[in-house]
Design a protein around this ligand. Structure first.
Ligand code: 6PG
Length: 474
């Protein structure tokens, strides 16, 4: 009889296939199943051996696993996950664990955890980040929920995940849907980081005249600075690629309409739900929306003059580097503020130092900044705003003048820089001791008797009859 497998993977798409091969490469016996038979056969022909098998049916797949079983679902988020769980349920026992490794909405994870418990097996929602290469060589993994299940999964996940200077890039993220919530926020920050990079690239080209290979070189050089990160590395790579048809940069031949699958939007929706402002993350989602409306942009360009508007005098490459860093710090600070609030609101009991540690390698966000965030959260795990950490505050203070200069020059010239500008405005708002909301409170009380509080008695709600009161002379 064939050896029983240590772990099973359902779904042999790009990520599932890579993850199955990753487990196999760590010396684990792996069995797999895929709904579409042609994909199974192609996978078996290319990678199959005695310790990496493909099963013809779901019952065969379950029988091929050592009990208690560890099964990872790598299927499209949504209905397909429910369908596989329903099909698996009759074959599983109380100690078997099914892990959903997709980009699932956290409320679906909470619902499925209950459903699986009621149907007699364990369920874990786990975010996985790193793309195909990460899944193959070591992704970052964000499991949540059932702690006993996590303890049993831990050895195989620690063997397969990325390793950073701080250890394996997997840890328990908190109870219930915490794992998928953390992955959702990872993606919200990912949207912002990508948009910030795109804005900086536009300013390098239009404002400073640095294009093509020279732009790639700037990002490559920045990858040896505080900006070191996977997304900067990828940017340097893609900007250097030549279009085989025109001989110019391939990126110049790509339609400038960004796609999205929804995780960034969910993050922003969660911010609205919990009252946590995420302007830079929201600006990134909105920017993808604006980019996709090609017809309106064409019409607008004809009506209001073509943009962007050209050279930006006095701005340097170093200004852009600092502007990028300041905006990056702001977007992480927003994302972690949401995680802090969500941990309380949803009782995750999340360990945010662990979250920042998981992200130090393997995931799309991996960056030098994550080491700084990890250090900050080790100093104070409950820190509400990461940029208030003394070291990060000092780094931000050094970069902020360049962000201000960059935003001012670029906006004056008509560049659309939603992430850079929203980051600056958010930081400025949070650094304003007395802002403009007093007038909003006065207006609300005047037209709707909503009451307000005086600065000299902040606990007492007051209502004034504004029209009847004495007015200031002169
Ligand atoms: C990751 C990525 C991954 C995927 C996003 C892209 O962490 O590995 O975030 O999950 O690239 O889903 O999302 P969009 O298609 O919405 O940009």
């Amino acid at each position: 009889m064939a050896q029983l497998a240590d772990i099973g993977v359902i779904g042999l798409g790009v990520m599932g296939a890579a993850l199955a091969r990753n487990f196999h490469s760590r010396g684990l016996a792996v069995t797999t199943w895929n709904r579409e038979d042609d994909m199974s056969q192609a996978f078996a022909a290319k990678y199959g051996d005695a310790r990496l098998t493909v099963q013809p049916t779901l019952p065969d797949f379950v029988r091929g696993l050592e009990a208690p079983r560890r099964i990872i679902l790598m299927v499209t988020a949504g209905r397909p996950v429910d369908l596989v769980l329903e099909a698996l349920a009759p074959h599983l026992g109380a100690e078997d664990i099914v892990v959903d490794g997709g980009n699932t909405f956290f409320r679906d994870t909470v619902r499925r955890e209950e459903w699986c418990r009621a149907h007699g097996f364990r369920f874990v929602g786990m975010g996985i980040s790193g793309g195909e290469e990460g899944a193959l060589k070591g992704p970052a993994m964000m499991p949540g929920g059932d702690v006993e299940a996590w303890q049993r999964l831990r050895p195989v996940l620690e063997a397969a995940c990325a390793q950073s200077d701080h250890g394996p890039c997997v840890d328990h993220c908190g109870s219930g849907g915490a794992g998928h919530y953390v992955k959702m926020v990872h993606n919200g920050i990912e949207y912002a980081d990508m948009q910030i990079i795109s804005e900086i690239w536009t300013l390098l080209a239009g404002g400073l005249g640095i294009t093509g290979k020279a732009a790639s070189d700037v990002f490559a050089a920045w990858n040896n600075t505080e900006l070191r990160s996977y997304l900067v590395e990828v940017t340097a790579l893609v900007l250097a690629v030549k279009d085989p048809q025109t001989g110019g940069p391939l990126v110049d031949q790509i339609l400038d309409a960004a796609g999205q699958k929804g995780t960034g939007r969910w993050t922003v929706e969660q911010g609205l739900e919990l009252g946590i402002p995420l302007p830079t993350l929201a600006a990134a989602v909105d920017a993808r929306g604006v980019s996709s409306n090609l017809a309106a942009r064409k019409h607008g360009s004809a009506l209001f003059g073509g943009r962007p508007m050209g050279a930006l005098a006095g701005l340097t490459v170093d200004d852009l580097r600092h502007a990028f860093y300041a905006a990056r710090i702001a977007s992480y600070s927003q994302g972690f503020q949401l995680l802090q609030a969500a941990s309380v609101a949803h009782d995750f009991g999340a360990n945010l130092a662990a979250v920042s540690r998981i992200w130090t390698a393997g995931c799309i966000l991996r960056a030098a900044l994550l080491d700084r965030l990890y250090e900050a959260l080790l100093r104070d795990a409950k820190l509400e705003l990461l940029h208030h950490d003394p070291n990060l505050a000092a780094a931000l203070s050094a970069s902020l003048p360049s962000l201000r200069k960059t935003v001012a020059r670029a906006m004056e010239s008509g560049y659309a820089i939603p992430c850079l500008s929203s980051a600056l405005t958010w930081l400025d708002g949070l650094a304003t001791g007395r802002g403009s909301a007093a007038l909003i409170q006065a207006q609300r009380d005047c037209f709707g008797a909503h009451t307000y509080k005086r600065v000299d008695a902040p606990d007492v709600a007051v209502h004034s009859l504004w029209a009847d009161m004495d007015k200031i002379e002169g």
